[in-house]
Structure formats: structure tokens, C-alpha cells
Design a protein around this ligand. Structure first.
Ligand code: GLN
Length: 484
């Protein structure tokens, strides 16, 4: 019964079904692993130890239930998901003492499927960032090199999965926050189609972009979690009523049947040589296995960064107006008066990057600038959607890098936000389009994980997973992060 923490979701589920170990064994192993690795990783903002153990014991007492696909399996959730009565900070001081009185739909569904939530994971404040360095509660470290960032904003989720604390975690992806940290930490991450998964009970950032999705170490495990959380929800009118696919049981595609489009604009980026080396080797290996490639022009992708940062900031500025010191979290005890209460509560409670986005968003929505910035960006978003549709006409999926550089040393870009925004160029197009995509490990460059991204058609998560299974067989697994 050694090394239960090593098992993926599917393997652990089998062991539970065969009574090789109990839910309590599995959850205890995860909690012990968290205890041992947290000093190094800092992936968790809250560990729900007692609650998780109580729940695992309840499950064991009730007996194994084959109708619940995640029965007894430990998972982590990013700290933007509301858990009734548990801290939910979104990485922000302004929500430090907030305890929701309700549960996010995805959390309710995970539990209904039998999962045990063991931890809430660290993230950039309000999910704004790409390194988890903007968390108000300290950094998360990359499992492969503790001197480097895990990516973000779901950096805690990625480190918890790649660091073997849990077999799977839930993150959110507004502009890459599931796919990019997964790539930088060496695990997999799936961003579903906008509307595939309910956003009810998720701390909002950019409401026309936000989607929740799984991080895991195997393609099959992404499917298991997606199957549990996807589907319509009366509490979120943007959650689609389309039938949910059989994500937990997809057949593996045959490499010889796959034609992958390579977006010119993304493959022409200025890559770190170590990253480029891994990407080229991966492409050779895929081609050797029979995968066909086709270069696809997507000229408007060069506007993705500007477009996204205008629209996402605009949406953030309206979503974050609710943190006014009156109803939620931190309230300033300073100057009297309503305006001072708003001003001081927000100044004390919100970090610099979040304030920057609010200012930017307020500016692009303000009278006289709305047409020049917000409306223009909304129009360019349509052009990017059109590019995406055309690119997929002659191929099955798009294949792209995730990041032009590997995980970077802490502090590399904290004084240079524009360069940091620019680094998101590979992940933003998918969010602007609303289509599904996933990132998976392509190999190690200089001892650091490098990821590849597969993008598909709206609501074809099943097809995406099936192609990813073929790629997973061809691309070599990364092995264990050293020293963990
Ligand atoms: N890095 C991007 C941003 O800061 C994306 C973040 C996300 O997907 N939540 O907005």
C-alpha cells in the first residue's frame, strides 16, 4: 500500500473498487504528501484536513458506490471556487475573512460524484496574472525548480498535481490560467468550451472568458473530472444545455488519421532555444508516428494580447466593483464617510496588479474612449474568431506551443507588466474564441517542462481528449520532479 499518492484518478478508482485500499487510506496519503511537500511548494492556501478525513470515513462507512465515478478520490480546488463555510480568498486580502454561504456548482458536482476536496490552492489575486506571484498570501514554487514560478494564475493547482499532492485539481482559465501553469509544471490542463461548465459560485474575473476545468497527470483523468462537472445549470444562464459527451470513456485516436493545423503566428514566436528544441523534437516524433501537419495563417492573432487585455480589464473593472468594503471581506476603519470607506477599503484590500487592471478597465469603458478601445477590441475579437474557424476548415485540431519560455525565476517580470502580458500570446486566442483546448507535456528542456497545446471545435471536448490520448502515447512522460 505504499505510494498511494502516486496513483492517478483512474488507477485509484480501480483500487478502491477492488477494495485494495479505502477512501480513508487514499485521502490520508494525499494529506500526508501535502504535509511533507508544502514547505517546498506552497501550493495550498487552506488544507481541509479534518473535513476531508471525516468525509472519507463517511464514504467508507457507506461503502463503495460504483455509480459515483470520483468516489473517494482526493482533489484540490483553486481558491476562487466557493465552498460553503470554508475560506475563499481568490488570493486577495480583500476576501481574507470571507466564508461563502453557498457552494459553487462545480464543487457541488465534484462532491456528488464522490470526490473529497482536500485543499484550496493558491493563485494570482482574482486570477489576474501568469505566475502566482500576485497572490496576497505568498508564492507557490515550481515542483521542478523551487527558484522558479509555477505559472499562473492556477499555479497552486498545477503544483499540487505535478507535485503529487493530489491526482487532479480544479482551476479556472480566463486567458490561459489552466493551460499555462500545467505546461510550466509538467502536468495536463483542460479549458472547456465557454459554457460547457457552470460558472456559478466562481469568483468572477472576465465573465465572457472565465471557464473552470481540470488539471491532472493523464488525459483520461481530465475526462473523468470534466464528465463530473460539465452540463447545464439553472444557476448560470451561460451554461450550455448541449448534451454532455462521454468524456470519461473516449477512444484513442489513430495518429495516422490526425491532421493538425500549426498557426503561423504562434510558431513564429521568439522562443527560448531550450523550449524550441523540445517543441521541434516533439513535432518530429508526432510526424514519425503518422500525424500530418499543415501550416495555417491566422493573421489577426497578432492582436490577441491587446484585444484580451482591453476586454478582460473592462470586465474585471465591473466585476470587482462589488468589493466596496460594505458587503464583503476587508473594511477599512480609517476616515469616516462613504467615499472614504470605498476608497480606503479597496486601496488596503486590493494589490497593485488588480488595481492596475481596474484602472485600465475603467479607462477603456469611459465616455470618449469606449469606441476607440472597448468597441474596437470587441470587433477584433470577431476577426480572431473568424480566423479560428477558417484555420480549422482543413484540419482536425490546432497544435501550438503554450509558452515561449520555460518557468522563470521569481521576480523576472514584476516590474514589467507589458512583457508579462505579452507572454500570454499563445493561450489568449482560445479564450477570445471560446473554444476548448488542453495543454500536455511535450518534454523537458534544461530540466524544465515544456508544454504543447491542442485546440478544437466548440463543444468537441470528446474529440479533443481522444486526439490528446494519441499524442500522450507518442510523447514521452516527464518522470518525477527531482527531490520531491
Ligand atoms: N494571465 C492572464 C491574465 O492575467 C490570464 C489569467 C487567467 O487565465 N485567469 O489575465
Amino acid at each position: 500500500m505504499t505510494e498511494l499518492w502516486r496513483l492517478g484518478l483512474g488507477q485509484a478508482a480501480q483500487g478502491l473498487a477492488k477494495r485494495q485500499f479505502t477512501a480513508t487510506d487514499l485521502v490520508s496519503a494525499s494529506l500526508e504528501r501535502i504535509r511533507l511537500s508544502e514547505p517546498r511548494l506552497g501550493a495550498c492556501l487552506a488544507v481541509l484536513g479534518q473535513e476531508a478525513l471525516d468525509r472519507a470515513r463517511d464514504l467508507d462507512r457507506e461503502g463503495h458506490d460504483p455509480s459515483r465515478p470520483l468516489w473517494g478520490l482526493p482533489v484540490s480546488v483553486k481558491d476562487v471556487f466557493c465552498l460553503k463555510g470554508a475560506p475563499t480568498t481568490a488570493g486577495s486580502r480583500i476576501l481574507e475573512d470571507y466564508r461563502p454561504s453557498f457552494e459553487a456548482t462545480v464543487v457541488r458536482r465534484l462532491r456528488a460524484a464522490g470526490a473529497v476536496i482536500v485543499a484550496k490552492t493558491n493563485c494570482d489575486e482574482f486570477a489576474m496574472g501568469s505566475s502566482t506571484e500576485f497572490s496576497a498570501f505568498g508564492p507557490t514554487r515550481n515542483p521542478w525548480d523551487p527558484g522558479r514560478v509555477p505559472g499562473g494564475s492556477s499555479g497552486g493547482a498545477a503544483a499540487s498535481v505535478a507535485g503529487f499532492q493530489v491526482p487532479a485539481g480544479l482551476g479556472t482559465d480566463t486567458g490561459g490560467s489552466i493551460r499555462q501553469p500545467a505546461a510550466l509544471c509538467g502536468c495536463l490542463g483542460l479549458k472547456p468550451t465557454y459554457g460547457r461548465v457552470s460558472r456559478y459560485g466562481i469568483v468572477a474575473y472576465g465573465s465572457s472568458f472565465d471557464q473552470a476545468g481540470p488539471l491532472a497527470r493523464r488525459v483520461d483523468d481530465l475526462g473523468l473530472v470534466l464528465a463530473a462537472i460539465a452540463g447545464p445549470d439553472g444557476l448560470d444562464s451561460t451554461a450550455s444545455g448541449r448534451p454532455v459527451g462521454d468524456y470519461a470513456n473516449v477512444a484513442e485516436a489513430r495518429p495516422g488519421e490526425l491532421t493538425l493545423g500549426l498557426p503561423d503566428e504562434l510558431w513564429a514566436a521568439d522562443f527560448d532555444p531550450l523550449v524550441l528544441g523540445v517543441l521541434e523534437r516533439a513535432r518530429r516524433e508526432l510526424a514519425g508516428a503518422g500525424v500530418r501537419f499543415k501550416a495555417v495563417p491566422m493573421p489577426n492573432l497578432r492582436f490577441s494580447v491587446a484585444t484580451y487585455y482591453i476586454l478582460a480589464a473592462a470586465e474585471a473593472s465591473t466585476n470587482l466593483a462589488r468589493y466596496d468594503g460594505v458587503r464583503y471581506g476587508h473594511r477599512s476603519g480609517g476616515d469616516p464617510g462613504l467615499l472614504a470607506l470605498y476608497r480606503d477599503s479597496r486601496t488596503e484590500g486590493l494589490g497593485q496588479e488588480v488595481r492596475r487592471r481596474i484602472m485600465l478597465g475603467t479607462f477603456v469603458l469611459s465616455s470618449g474612449y469606449y469606441e476607440a478601445y472597448f468597441r474596437k477590441a470587441a470587433q477584433v475579437r470577431r476577426l480572431i474568431q473568424e480566423d479560428y474557424r477558417k484555420a480549422l476548415e482543413g484540419c482536425d485540431f490546432l497544435l501550438a506551443p503554450v509558452s515561449s519560455i520555460p518557468a522563470w525565476p521569481f521576480g523576472s517580470f514584476t516590474d514589467d507588466p507589458l512583457t508579462a502580458y505579452q507572454l500570454d500570446m499563445m493561450t489568449l486566442p482560445l479564450n477570445l474564441v471560446g473554444a476548448p483546448g488542453l495543454s500536455m507535456p511535450a518534454g523537458l528542456g534544461g530540466g524544465l517542462p515544456v508544454g504543447l497545446q491542442l485546440m478544437g471545435r466548440a463543444f468537441d471536448e470528446a474529440g479533443l481528449l481522444s486526439a490528446a490520448k494519441a499524442l500522450e502515447r507518442i510523447l514521452p512522460p516527464l518522470g518525477d520532479p527531482p527531490g520531491l
